[in-house]
Design a protein around this ligand. Structure first.
Ligand code: AMP
Ligand code: MG
Length: 494
C-alpha cells in the first residue's frame, strides 16, 4: 500500500523574484533508491510508512514533484579561499520546498545533483555517487555525534553517468534536509549589489525563521550578527572537539542557521596535529584543523561587512557596532572550546588552570602523534582505574610526558570528588569510540561504486549511528588506519 507524501510549502519562494530562480529538476533516466533515512522521514513528516521504493526514487530523483513543491535555485555569492565571487548560487541544487517537522519547525528539502540551473556556470549540475554517499554518511554521523548539521534523507542513483577527470562514473542525487539554506554568501550577494532593501528582507526572513527572539532587540540586525557569530563559535568548537575538518569553509558554505553544511572534502583527523588537512583543493592549509576558528572568525567579519548598511544609517557607527561583535568572536569560541575540553576531561566545575591542563595533553599528543579519538576514548577508562592498563598510556611511544600529565589530571579530578564510575560515564558521552575514519569511509564508498555492494556502507552507517556506545563486536571500526590504509587526501568531486 502506498502512504502519503507531505504537502510542501516554500517560504523562500515568497521572497522577491531576484532572490532565486524557478527551476525544475531535470528528470533522470533510471532513478533507483539507494538509501532512505526512514527515522528522519518520520521525524519531518516527509512520508508515511508504506511508500514504495520506486515511488520514492521518482520523487527524490527529481522526476516527479511532491504536492506543493515550488522548485527554486537560490542566489548567493561567496568568498572562496579568500577571494570574492559575486555570483555562485545553487548550481546543482534545487530547493523543493519545506515541510513542518514534529516540533512544528520548517525544514528545507533540497535535491543536490538534480541537473543544471542558471547558476551552474561550467558545471553539469550533477553529482557523482561517491560524494553523495560521503555526504549521506558523514552528515548523519555528525548528527549522531550531537553536532548541528544538515541531514541526509535519501541517496538516489540516476542511472546516468557523470564525467569527472575524463572518467565516466555513476551519478546520484542527495536529498538534503536543513533548518534553512541561507548562507553568509546569500547576504554578500545583495551587499555586493548595494541592494539594502533586499538585505533587510533577507535579514527579516532569517530572524523570523531562526532567531525570533533577536527580532525584539533594539537593533535586530546587530542582534542577528551576534547570534549567528555565537552559533558559529559554538559549532566550530564542537567540530574541534571531535576532530572534524570541514575542508571548504568558504562563506557560501557557512549557513546562518548554525548547522554544518556542504560536506565536500571533509574528513576526521586521526593523529592529533593542528596542521592536518585532507582537502586536495586546500593547498595552503587555510582550512586545516587548527585554523578553523580563525577561518570562521574571518567569515563572520565578512558577514558583518555585508550587514553594515542595515545595522546603522551612519556608516561609522555601523562599523563600531559591528566591530565590537566581530572582536568578541574569539572569546566566544575559546569559552565554547574550553567547556568542550572540560567535558572531554571529565571535569564538571571550572577552575583556573583547566585550559593549561587541556593544552598540555594536546601538546604531548601532537609531539607523539597519538590518535585524537582513541586517546580521549581511552582516557575514559583511566578515570576508572589508576593502573592505566586500558587507558591511553600505550598509545604514547614515549610515555614519560604522559605519565607526568596524568598525575596532574588525577589530582584535578580528585578536587571534584565525583564517583569514578559517574565520571567515566559522562566522559563516554562526549568522547566517541567511533568516528567516520577516512579509510573506512573510502572502503565503504569503493565497494558501493565499484561492486554495487552496499553492505560495507550499511554496516559503517550503523556503527556510526551509535558513536558513544561500546559496540564490542565492532571494535575494528574504532581503530586508526594502518600505515598502508591511510588516506591523506580527499576530493570534493564536483
Ligand atoms: P561547493 O564548493 O560544492 O560548495 O560549490 C561551489 C559552487 O559551485 C556552488 O555555486 C555550487 O552550486 C557550484 N557547483 C559545484 N559543483 C557543481 C556542478 N557539478 N555543477 C554545477 N555547479 C556546481
Ligand atoms: Mg557549497
Amino acid at each position: 500500500m502506498n502512504g502519503a507524501i507531505a504537502s510542501f510549502s516554500n517560504s523562500f519562494a515568497s521572497l522577491p523574484a531576484h532572490f532565486f530562480i524557478r527551476q525544475q529538476p531535470t528528470p533522470v533516466a533510471k532513478p533507483r533508491l539507494l538509501m532512505f533515512n526512514r527515522p528522519l522521514a518520520e521525524d519531518i513528516g516527509f512520508a508515511s510508512n508504506g511508500f514504495d521504493d520506486a515511488t520514492l526514487a521518482t520523487i527524490l530523483g527529481g522526476n516527479v514533484l511532491p504536492p506543493g513543491a515550488e522548485p527554486i535555485s537560490m542566489a548567493y555569492a561567496g568568498h572562496q579561499f579568500g577571494t570574492f565571487v559575486p555570483q555562485l548560487g545553487d548550481g546543482r541544487a534545487i530547493l523543493l520546498g519545506e515541510v513542518l517537522d514534529r516540533s512544528g519547525t520548517r525544514r528545507d528539502i533540497q535535491l543536490k545533483g538534480s541537473g543544471r540551473t542558471p547558476f551552474s556556470r561550467r558545471g553539469d549540475g550533477r553529482a557523482a555517487l561517491g560524494p553523495v554517499l560521503r555526504e549521506y554518511l558523514v552528515s548523519e554521523a555528525m548528527h549522531a555525534l550531537g553536532i548541528p548539521t544538515t541531514r541526509a534523507l535519501a541517496a538516489v542513483a540516476t542511472g546516468e553517468p557523470v564525467y569527472r577527470d575524463g572518467e565516466a562514473i555513476p551519478g546520484a542525487i542527495l536529498t538534503r534536509v536543513a533548518a534553512g539554506h541561507v548562507r553568509v554568501g546569500t547576504f554578500e550577494y545583495f551587499a555586493a549589489r548595494g541592494n539594502n532593501s533586499a538585505l533587510r528582507q533577507l535579514a527579516d526572513y532569517v530572524l523570523d525563521r531562526h532567531y525570533p527572539a533577536a527580532r525584539d532587540a533594539e537593533r535586530p540586525y546587530l542582534a542577528l550578527l551576534k547570534v549567528v557569530a555565537e552559533r558559529q563559535a559554538s559549532l566550530v568548537a564542537r567540530w574541534m572537539s571531535v576532530g572534524f575538518i570541514h575542508g571548504v569553509m568558504n562563506t557560501d558554505n557557512m549557513a546562518v542557521s548554525g548547522e554544518t553544511i556542504d560536506f565536500g572534502p571533509c574528513a576526521f583527523m586521526e593523529a592529533y596535529d593542528p596542521a592536518t588537512r585532507f582537502s586536495a583543493i586546500d593547498q595552503f592549509g587555510r582550512y586545516c584543523f587548527g585554523n578553523q576558528p580563525n577561518a570562521a572568525h574571518w567569515n563572520i567579519a565578512r558577514f558583518a561587512e555585508a550587514l553594515l548598511p542595515i545595522i546603522d544609517p551612519d556608516a561609522k557607527r555601523a562599523v563600531e557596532l559591528a566591530e565590537e561583535v566581530v572582536a568578541a568572536f574569539p572569546g566566544w569560541f575559546d569559552s565554547a572550546w574550553l567547556a568542550g575540553m572540560r567535558a572531554k576531561l571529565g571535569l564538571v566545575t571550572a577552575q583556573d588552570g583547566d585550559l593549561e591542563l587541556a593544552q598540555a595533553l594536546l601538546d604531548i599528543m601532537a609531539a607523539q602523534q597519538t590518535d585524537f579519538t582513541l586517546t580521549f576514548r581511552r582516557l575514559c577508562n583511566a578515570a576508572l582505574a589508576v593502573n592505566d592498563v586500558s587507558g591511553p598510556r600505550a598509545l604514547f611511544p614515549e610515555p614519560g610526558a604522559y605519565d607526568h600529565w596524568i598525575l596532574a589530571w588525577r589530582s584535578r579530578l580528585a578536587s571534584e570528588a565525583r564517583h569514578p564510575e559517574v565520571c567515566a560515564q559522562s566522559m563516554r558521552k562526549v568522547n566517541p569510540a567511533f568516528i567516520p575514519r577516512n579509510h573506512r569511509v573510502e572502503q565503504a564508498l569503493n565497494a558501493a561504486i565499484e561492486r554495487d555492494d552496499f553492505a560495507p556502507f550499511a554496516e559503517l552507517f550503523s556503527v556510526l549511528s551509535r558513536p558513544f556506545d561500546e559496540q564490542i563486536d565492532k571494535m575494528p571500526y574504532a581503530a586508526p588506519a594502518l600505515p598502508d590504509e591511510r588516506v591523506s587526501r580527499t576530493f570534493c568531486g564536483t
